[in-house]
Design a protein around this ligand. Structure first.
Ligand code: FE
Ligand code: CA
Length: 178
């Protein structure tokens, strides 16, 4: 059983994770348009990972007898004129998500929802450390190379090594970190 407050919080977070996927698909498309295919691949992979985050909430709600409520996913906001701006937008979005997860954790403590704390939210607290770290690292590398085309191409090549997650881990995340 879950309380109404927790259920509303989960459904809201499910929507926020889907919005993150939208945002990263949008940024990925922007990179693709600039022929920076490595950055694009990284963003698309991250977008699918965001869908797996949404599925963690979806699965948790259903496992606990709650009702999944799918709200409208808003149009991704923002425009970018350089790779560093685009990655900065991703980093800033992750900071927002971290805040939302922390708020949800506070709510879970207030509601004494141990299943949410240990079965779902602890994982997200750790995951957000990775999400902030990996986006910030790219922002910093891009700042380091500045306008150097060579530098940008090198980072593009490095990020292009990130594969798309397999469908199974998107739909049924749970084993291992993503
Ligand atoms: Fe996420
Ligand atoms: Ca991750």
């Amino acid at each position: 059983m879950i309380t109404k407050k927790m259920l509303d919080g989960f459904n809201k977070q499910l929507n926020a994770e889907l919005y993150a996927a939208y945002l990263y698909f949008a940024i990925g498309a922007w990179f693709e348009g600039k022929n920076l295919e490595g950055f694009a691949a990284w963003m698309k992979s991250q977008a699918f990972e965001e869908m797996s985050h949404a599925m963690r909430f979806y699965n948790h709600i259903l496992e606990r007898g709650g009702e999944v409520e799918l709200f409208e996913v808003k149009k991704p906001e923002g425009s970018w004129s350089t790779p560093v701006e685009a990655f900065q937008a991703a980093y800033e979005h992750e900071l927002k998500v971290t805040k939302m997860i922390n708020d949800l954790m506070d709510l879970a403590h207030a509601e004494k929802d141990n299943a949410a704390i240990y079965g779902l939210l602890n994982w997200f607290v750790e995951e957000q450390i990775e999400e902030e770290d990996q986006t910030l690292k790219v922002v910093e590398k891009l700042k380091m190379v500045g306008d150097s085309k060579n530098g940008i191409f090198m980072i593009d090549k490095e990020l292009g090594g990130r594969p798309l997650p397999p469908t199974q881990t998107i739909v049924n995340p749970g084993a291992g970190k993503d």
